[in-house]
Write a protein that binds this ligand. Structure first.
Ligand code: CU
Length: 322
């Protein structure tokens, strides 16, 4: 297996050179992703062997003198190579791969994270076995070495939840909850992406998964459970005056709403607008005034009436929400 795995990896790597290891099924960081890569390599090696055999046979058929193969002989080749051998190979592969499709078991004590796909962002709710749920958005943190059950659904249209480095894709369907169980073995940052066309900004619907050691994760979650530590001043005033709180929750400051991403701990996120912009003050201010320039079809109105100074005041206020 080691040999085939190396050959397969080299072949695939040369095809996919340039792909980002943060978002690659060939750079697995969890048990499911390792299985998927394993199956992929077996299929790849098998497909290459079959293609090579067909090429050799074709060469033989073209070069053989006319009449060298009788009609009966030809029919036998078709029967074996076209019927019997493929059936045996496909049944073998099916039997081999079925055990990999068994869902991983979830224990009641395992961390559950509900993720809803929205046009074009992710609503994230941590539901630890003990303690109150914690709301977040657009960035998912998980503890390494522990089983995590994602409960996946959608608020509007069908989306698909895909973290290539950790597991396979899973559809997010309005009115239905699908479960995806993952375990990350190593700390790190993995990129996820919506994998089902869901509207204009479908390709701009990504997220980061940050896997951290369990102790650090527990401390982080405890911090997220606390209400926002918001400053008052110009930014807070503008947030209220422009009705931002009608769509965005800042726990402890505004009333609860579910239309846009929760901003309670916005300042601790590393990316903006569902994984697509680095979290810099200029990006945040630009996004607030003209979100549609970054994301066509975005469900947030633009605020061109805000001056650059006002947008910066809002940005300072929001980035202060750690
Ligand atoms: Cu989507």
């Amino acid at each position: 297996m080691r040999g085939t795995s190396i050959i397969g990896t080299i072949a695939a790597a040369s095809l996919l050179a340039g792909c980002n290891a943060h978002q690659s099924t060939l750079a697995p960081f969890g048990a499911d992703a390792v299985d998927i890569r394993h199956l992929f390599i077996i299929m790849l090696v098998g497909a290459v062997a079959i293609a090579a055999a067909v090429a050799l046979l074709m060469r033989h058929a073209v070069r053989a003198p006319e009449g060298a193969i009788s009609h009966r002989g030809g029919m036998r080749i078709v029967l074996w190579l076209g019927g019997i051998i493929p059936t045996i190979v496909l049944l073998g592969l099916l039997a081999y791969s079925l055990p990999y499709m068994r869902p991983r078991p979830v224990a009641p004590a395992d961390l559950q994270i509900a993720v809803d796909g929205e046009q074009f962002w992710w609503r994230v709710t941590y539901r630890p076995a003990a303690g109150t749920p914690v709301e977040g958005a657009n960035e998912i943190r998980i503890p390494t070495g522990r089983t995590v059950a994602f409960r996946l659904s959608a608020g509007d249209v069908v989306h698909s939840f895909w973290i290539p480095g950790l597991a396979g894709k899973m559809d997010m369907i309005p009115g239905r909850t699908n479960t995806l169980v993952v375990r990350a073995d190593k700390p790190g940052r993995y990129r996820g992406q919506c994998a089902e066309f869901c509207g204009l900004s479908h390709a701009l619907m990504a997220f980061d998964v940050i896997a951290m050691p369990p102790g650090a994760f527990d401390a982080w979650l405890a911090g997220q459970r606390r209400p926002a530590v918001a400053s008052d001043g110009e930014g807070a005033r503008l947030f209220a005056a422009n009705g931002c709180g009608g769509c965005h929750t800042i726990a402890g400051v505004t009333a609860r709403t579910r239309i846009g991403p929760d901003l309670t701990h916005f300042g601790s996120r590393r990316t903006l607008a569902a994984g697509i912009l680095p979290m810099t003050p200029a990006n945040v201010a630009g996004f607030i005034r003209h979100p549609e320039k970054t994301k066509p079809g975005v469900r947030m109105p633009s605020f061109p009436q805000l001056s650059q100074d006002q947008a910066m005041a809002l940005t300072r206020y929001l980035q202060g929400l750690k």
